[in-house]
Design a protein around this ligand. Structure first.
Ligand SMILES: [Ca+2]
Length: 328
């Protein structure tokens, strides 16, 4: 029975090796996320939100709440409709603006009318600053990742908010206590002028960068601009009944769109490997007009992404995550 004994030894060895390999790579806990989005003119916000839901289903992310930084009348309703389609009708949504609302999106009204939603207009949603503070106050220290994929009006309001009944801490201190890091779609690197930084509120960009004392990763315009998703390949695999499908159809008939916002979500949840290199040899400086440049004065906190793996690898990863699946 010599061979039986040897076989047992080999099998035991394999089991030990496998258990050792598993022990070396424990599953990372889900990333607790607050998403701050301008769900209005561009459609990449829809793709980014669909990705977050896909990560949540894989137990890689936990969506704590969403801040809608927009004056578009149906942006909160559209966001809620997407959440509901993915089975998360409970996600709290706060808005930056409830009056002087405009209608200029190619898809928000249609999505909020076609799919169930809590909000007839943004005026029905709660205040974004109060929600930011509530969400943070309820979380463990140093646990929250903030992802901004729009302009920084709401984040600046949080950072400059004072103590209240929600928390005795002012906004900057509350962030410092509860937030782990910030993933920001914004800026152009090494220098340029990008919409989230300069339009419509460059003053808020300056406030956020001046007050931020934690790690922040910028996904600049030049990185996301290389990754076109939501095109014919996405259409052929996507559920035609999903809000993601309809938004990309309404936006440009699946001609495809750059993935500026999706890059920030990808990095926030999966990290840089294997997709990106992270430049940390300087810091991002913003001028009063919202233009920015990378200056050679490292502060140990700022970093910006550049594409490391192929454009095709990142495109396919994002398209796959954007497909998502519905939860009843
Ligand atoms: Ca956006």
């Amino acid at each position: 029975m010599f061979w039986v004994k040897n076989l047992c030894l080999i099998l035991t060895g394999i089991l030990i090796l496998e258990s050792h390999a598993c022990a070396q790579k424990p599953a990372a806990p889900p990333v607790s996320v607050i998403l701050d989005t301008d769900m209005d003119s561009d459609v990449d916000d829809v793709g980014a939100l669909a990705m977050l839901h896909a990560y949540e289903k894989r137990n890689m992310a936990r969506i704590l709440g969403i801040i809608v930084t927009s004056d578009e009348k149906y942006s909160a309703g559209c966001t809620d409709a997407i959440n509901r389609w993915f089975g998360r009708k409970d996600i709290p949504i706060g808005v930056s603006q409830k009056d002087s609302l405009r209608t200029f999106s190619r898809y928000t009204r249609q999505i909020s009318e076609r799919f169930p939603t809590r909000f007839t207009t943004n005026a029905d949603a709660e205040d974004g600053t109060a929600l930011y503070r509530k969400l943070l106050a309820a979380q463990p220290d140093t646990s929250v990742v903030i992802i901004t994929i729009g302009h920084l009006t709401s984040l600046a309001r949080l950072m400059t908010s004072g103590p209240d009944t929600i928390s005795p801490l002012n906004g900057a201190d509350l962030v410092k206590r509860k937030v782990k890091r910030w993933s920001c779609m914004g800026g152009q690197f090494p220098a340029g002028k990008e919409a989230n930084f300069y339009r419509p509120d460059p003053a808020s960009t300056i406030i956020c960068l001046a007050k931020w004392e934690l790690p922040v990763t910028f996904a600049g315009w030049e990185a996301g601009n290389q990754i076109v998703t939501g095109g014919p390949a996405f259409k052929s695999q996507s559920n035609p009944n999903s809000p993601t499908y309809h938004a990309y159809d309404l936006y440009n008939g699946f001609a495809g769109r750059a993935s500026w916002d999706q890059l920030s979500v990808l990095e926030a949840i999966e990290g840089t490997d294997p997709y990106f290199d992270l430049r940390k040899d300087g810091q991002c400086k913003v001028a009063p007009d919202g233009s920015n440049q990378w200056i050679s004065l490292p502060n140990g906190l700022h970093g910006y992404l550049s594409i490391r793996s192929s454009v095709a690898t990142i495109r396919e990863r994002i398209n796959m995550l954007m497909l998502g699946t519905r939860n009843p």
